[in-house]
Design a protein. Structure first.
Length: 310
């Protein structure tokens, strides 16, 4: 079934006014968050003990005009024995809005026991928000409405975030907020604002060695932000012979997902995820696609015998 242009406009504007209005804005959504953890938790920076570069693209709700598209690039590395440095940039597009986040990250790893480490992190950067109301040409809007006559162009706001990440060879848990600042972009010409709200993330997971060739990693992500429903992702991934990853995930009251990844070599890994919507929106789209490629090199701390599963 092909949804009409007018109906798309109404639905997308309702989503946008979660941003341009009085409610909270949600950060970018990822199914394969376990591969770009630094983006949501600065304390993860440098903890893979090697230079790690990742590019991820997400095309959400395929077939629905104006649906979200996200491009994420990150790079991080240890510097010395305990320090990690990194940088990430995220580009989000949804209907009539474009948003860019750029952040530098710093972490410090503290050994707490043999094989157990607590990493503390901080990130700082900026957000650029643009809203072009002329792209809302749906025929369902009143062109004389003052709320759609004034665009927002590259509105700047600073970002500061913190994180903590505890990990062993098998277990990890993290708590973070990528942006502690609640910024309002106010347009003096109209009575509308774009709100940047504080997001809190909790992640955890454990790696089970089922046999010499097979590992299982159940994982959990919880995301909370004022003014929006709690988001909970539960996943389970199998790793076969340190090469092939297959798994499934469930986003509470939102989607079910299939995940696959392949370690092409010691340096290269590629991955793909597909989401099926479990909401009414599933009637109007053919699902969401997410792909990534990761490049890693230089075993800088000489600790890793095989690729870590998180």
């Amino acid at each position: 079934m092909k949804i009409t242009k007018s109906y798309i406009g109404i639905m997308m504007l309702l989503s946008l006014f979660t941003t341009v209005g009085s409610r909270a804005q949600q950060d970018s959504q990822y199914t394969q968050y376990m591969y770009n953890t630094m983006t949501i938790n600065s304390a993860y920076t440098g903890t893979r003990d090697m230079l790690s570069i990742l590019a991820l693209y997400r095309n959400q709700w395929v077939g629905l005009d104006g649906a979200p598209e996200t491009l994420n690039f990150s790079i991080h590395s240890p510097v010395g024995d305990r320090v990690g440095l990194g940088f990430s940039i995220v580009s989000d597009k949804i209907f009539i809005s474009d948003e860019t986040n750029a952040n530098g990250a710093f972490s410090y790893q503290i050994p707490v026991a043999d094989g157990k480490t607590l990493s503390l992190g901080v990130n700082a950067g900026f957000n650029l928000l643009s809203v072009d109301f002329s792209r809302a040409n749906t025929g369902a809007l009143d062109p004389t409405d003052p709320n759609i006559q004034y665009n927002i162009e590259n509105r700047f706001s600073p970002q500061i975030g913190v994180g903590a990440f505890y990990y062993t060879d098998k277990f990890y848990a993290g708590l973070s907020s990528p942006n502690l600042l609640e910024t309002k972009h106010y347009n003096s010409n109209i009575n509308s604002t774009a709100n940047e709200r504080t997001h809190m993330y909790f992640i955890t997971g454990y790696v089970f060695d089922l046999n010499y060739f097979l590992k299982l990693k159940p994982a959990l992500l919880v995301k909370a932000v004022s003014g929006a429903p709690l988001s909970v992702d539960v996943s389970a991934n199998f790793l076969f012979n340190e090469k092939l990853t297959l798994g499934a995930a469930y986003r509470w009251d939102a989607a079910v997902s299939a995940l696959a990844g392949f370690q092409i070599s010691d340096k290269f890994m590629v991955g793909y995820a597909y989401d099926w919507e479990t909401t009414e929106l599933s009637r109007y789209n053919s699902g969401s696609h997410e792909i990534f490629i990761r490049f890693e090199l230089f075993n800088l701390r000489k600790k890793i015998l095989s690729p870590r599963f998180f």
